[in-house]
Design a protein around this ligand. Structure first.
Ligand SMILES: Cc1ncc(COP(=O)(O)O)c(C=O)c1O
Length: 446
């Protein structure tokens, strides 16, 4: 059985993560519970940085905080010397509150609001990744009012279809993101280059997510090199940075065979060197934005199994105390997961079941058809690889509270996100006075 990160089976035949017994975690913090393996997160961050260092290129590894944005995650990225990619005022606010070095924050998004732009300009962030002409106008106007000049990359859509689910493909021409490579992006570059308020540093692309081979990246880099040449010729400028986005795949289930971080990075750097060198261009500084491949496999969600239902000759459903509220990915894009019974790790998983969430939606199925070790009510189900796009995409659907999150490492546990309470759920609800005064009166005129 493949166990991610520091996970292993301990002497009680329980699943242990970061030297901590997951059943003890359940006793102390309840379920559902997100468990983050600190060693695994840091290890992956270091693998990115160390591999780049060996390639002798200037680089920045920006953690794509959309995968999992909490104050503690920002602290870890800061300690490991990473940069940070944010896509909203909320992510930026979290980073600022965590004291993340502002010059290493990159601000993405296809529809940044003027408040968000103002907040980022006032904070003096490292770079905007400009998505469209409307944004150029907003930045110029706000930076002008603030008397500042900002640094920026321009997001380009390189016309590459990554081999992944269509909802997480972003590099194809028909995409809501960025300027299409060629004339459209060149026009944007001309405009930004003439701006007194914006300094153009280079271009950005991101072809999609959960990608297992380098072909798409290589094609995109080849096109980008040709585009940098076109820009050099037309605008007589050498742009110092190329951002190749994120998207490196991880293992959710056994069929997934991701490349190693070392492989992704070396192949990427080699492609940039090859295509830029070939066209006589200077090798740019390479920025990347991995999210999933840093936190995905480091996260495990613990659930308690409750009811079950046998449909004769069809399937057995076992239901857990969470679901699409804490992990919308299976409902959103048929994402697959692996899981184990964390309190009985000793025997072979031999019963074929499907794991249902507790939301009032037939589509709320966490796992279709998985072999588990005779799941019973009260057992703890550990679902692996839930560190990315789970908590960050979680909702309160059915007014179900969001789980707590703990960070485990070397036998120690830190609570890094508190479990929501029912009071949290109603804290923004307002009831007009007339309902309170007349709560027992029958309403006749609405
Ligand atoms: C622009 C951009 N950069 C980086 C990422 C991170 O991708 P991943 O988590 O697959 O590494 C995304 C994800 O959607 C993205 O849109």
């Amino acid at each position: 059985m493949y166990l991610p990160g520091s996970s292993k089976i301990n002497s009680k035949n329980h699943l242990e993560i970061g030297g901590v017994d997951t059943i003890d975690l359940v006793t102390q913090y309840g379920t559902p519970l997100y468990v983050m393996d600190e060693w695994d997160v840091r290890n992956r961050m270091r693998e990115y940085v160390n591999t780049f260092e060996k390639q002798q290129v200037a680089f920045q590894v920006a953690y794509a905080s959309k995968a999992l944005c909490t104050m503690t995650m920002c602290h870890i990225a800061k300690e490991e010397g990473l940069s940070l990619d944010v896509v909203s005022g909320g992510e930026l606010y979290t980073a600022l509150k965590a004291g993340f070095p502002v010059d290493r924050i990159h601000f993405h998004g296809n529809n940044k609001s003027d408040e968000e732009i103002k907040m980022a300009i006032r904070a003096d962030i490292g770079a905007f990744v400009i998505d469209n002409h409307y944004e150029i106008s907003l930045i110029e106007q706000i930076a002008g009012n603030e008397n500042k000049k900002v640094k920026a990359l321009i997001r380009v859509t390189p016309g590459i279809e990554a081999h992944t689910h269509e909802y997480i493909q972003t590099g194809q021409e028909d995409s809501k993101f960025g300027f299409n490579i060629g004339e459209m992006a060149l026009e944007a570059a001309k405009r930004v280059n003439q701006s007194n308020q914006i300094e153009l540093l280079g271009f950005h692309f991101h072809i999609g997510s959960q990608i297992f081979d380098m072909t798409g990246f290589e094609k995109a880099i080849e096109r980008m090199a040709a585009f940098y040449q076109m820009v050099q010729k037309e605008l007589k400028i050498n742009l110092p940075i190329l951002n190749t986005g994120g998207g490196f795949g991880i293992r959710y289930v056994d069929e997934d065979q991701p490349l190693s971080i070392r492989h992704y990075v070396t192949a990427l750097v080699e492609s940039v060197k090859r295509y830029f060198y070939h066209l006589g261009l200077e090798i740019p500084q390479i920025w990347i934005e991995p999210g999933r491949s840093i936190v995905g496999e480091a996260g495990t969600t613990l659930y308690t199994i409750g009811s079950n239902k046998e449909v004769p000759n069809v399937r057995k459903y076992v239901a857990v105390d969470g679901g699409m509220m804490d992990n919308p990915r299976p409902a959103l894009y048929q994402a697959k997961y692996n899981a184990v019974i964390a309190n009985r790790m000793e025997s072979q998983a031999s019963e074929l079941v499907s794991v249902a969430g507790k939301a009032c939606e037939s589509g709320d199925m966490l796992i279709w058809d998985i072999l588990l070790n005779e799941p019973q009510s009260g057992d703890v189900l550990a679902v692996f690889s839930t560190g990315a796009y789970n908590y960050s995409m979680a909702s309160n659907y059915n007014r179900i509270t969001r789980p707590a999150m703990v960070l485990v490492s070397n036998g120690k546990t830190d609570l890094i996100v508190k479990r929501e309470t029912y009071d949290d759920l109603i804290q923004h609800d307002l009831v007009p006075e007339r309902f309170i005064q007349s709560s027992y009166n029958k309403i006749t005129n609405v």
